[in-house]
Ligand binder design. Structure first.
Ligand code: SAH
Ligand code: SF4
Length: 363
């Protein structure tokens, strides 16, 4: 390995060019980068992985993102939503399994009934175990008033991926209309941070037209926004979506996986104390994808708690991993897989982002 590369690897404040050098690393250089991601994580955090039990609340969506199977224009998906009781029994299961937190995710809806239901569900989830479950929401773009209502009900983390921080690329993967506004999405992230949520964002890796420069800009965007959490995962072409037509422009699965791992490692160097999700999409492109992401610097996993009969309808992308697993199988599987890479699950804890906690304490 040459000295120039080693020098870049030792830095923390990387510039755009240096990030691109790291993202281009292959072979020994790539392995050195991934080891560095792990080393930085272990020196700032620890070898504990935090869990968020994922509840896929519903697949009705008002939007039409060109890559996603839940888009309103996809007539080939059977739409569902969970009843209150189904959501609460998933949350009770998360509590019994010691997961510490749940994440409620769904297609985007903004009707008053949806907003009130989520508010009620958050309040009910907070009653389980006397407030012991952390609550993350990932329910798309909403008004600041709605975000505030849900925050006051007890949700304290929110995930809203920017999908691409480059406006031009954003509009290549979303229709250009009032429902899909890059500026609005940015405004939502700002609202979430203003309200006091631990705010998470992220991008898909390996999109058609995406360049290493775009990816470097994404990482610098996360840093500039000073977010508390990031979720990065490979883009997976879905046959019932318009973007599928451009699948020849998508790098092969192995390349997308490697690029995702390199993004995780570089981001860990840039932002050592944030929470970073090892997305399930990693496991779809590589059976060991989630563990590889943990070993490159990620520290959060979201095991699926959605009742079995609905899982196949939450068809954001094809071949989703673990669709058939039962929650208790999933738990022991994770324990074993993580032990194999020298990590362990921290049970019965919220697992807040250290970056966020420190910032809050400093205020
Ligand atoms: N509706 C909400 C949350 C559900 S979608 C929202 O959009 O924020 C959650 C994430 O799934 C999206 O942010 C997107 O990054 C990811 N996703 C959608 N389609 C995908 C695909 N084809 N491959 C990989 N990830 C995808
Ligand atoms: Fe709906 Fe989210 Fe899919 Fe876009 S990414 S179509 S908002 S579920």
């Amino acid at each position: 390995m040459d000295i120039a590369f080693e020098d870049i690897l030792r830095k923390q404040d990387l510039d755009r060019d240096e990030i691109q050098v790291l993202l281009a690393a292959e072979g020994d250089r790539m392995q050195a980068l991934l080891r560095r991601g792990l080393e930085v994580k272990l020196s700032h955090l620890d070898n504990c992985v935090h869990l968020r039990g994922l509840i896929e609340y519903g697949n009705v969506c008002e939007k039409d993102c060109l890559y996603c199977g839940l888009r309103s224009g996809n007539g080939r998906v059977e739409r569902y939503r969970l009843s209150d009781e189904e959501v609460l029994s998933c949350a009770r299961l998360a509590y019994e399994l010691g997961y510490g937190s749940v994440a409620l995710q769904s297609g985007e809806r903004s009707d008053p009934e949806f907003i009130a239901t989520i508010e009620r569900l958050v309040r009910e989830i907070k009653k389980i175990g006397g407030g012991s479950l952390g609550v993350t929401l990932s329910l798309g773009e909403q008004s600041e008033d709605t975000y505030r209502r849900w925050f006051e009900a007890g949700a304290h983390r929110y995930l809203l991926r920017i999908e691409s921080s480059t406006e031009e690329l954003y509009y290549k993967i979303h229709p250009r209309n009032e429902k899909h506004s890059f500026r609005k999405r940015l405004g939502c992230l700002e609202s979430l941070m203003r309200i006091g949520y631990q705010t998470g964002t992220g991008v898909m890796v390996g999109l058609p037209f995406q360049t290493p420069g775009h990816l470097a800009d994404d990482l610098l965007f996360f840093k500039r926004m000073d977010v508390a959490m990031v979720g990065l995962g490979p883009y997976i072409p879905h046959p019932d979506t318009p973007l599928y037509r451009l699948r020849d422009l998508v790098p092969p699965a192995e390349k997308r996986m490697d690029l995702t791992l390199k993004m995780i490692a570089v981001l860990r160097i840039l932002m050592p104390e944030i929470n970073m999700v090892a997305a399930t999409a990693n496991q779809t492109v590589d059976p060991q994808g989630r563990e590889k992401a943990i070993a490159a610097g990620a520290n959060v996993i979201m095991p699926n708690l959605t009742p079995g009969e609905y899982r196949e309808s939450y068809f954001i992308y094809p071949d989703k991993a673990c669709v058939k697993d039962q929650p208790d199988q999933c738990k022991s599987c994770l324990d074993i897989r993580l032990a194999a890479i020298g990590h362990k699950i921290l049970y019965n804890a919220w697992g807040d982002s250290l970056a966020f906690t420190k910032k809050k304490d400093a205020r």
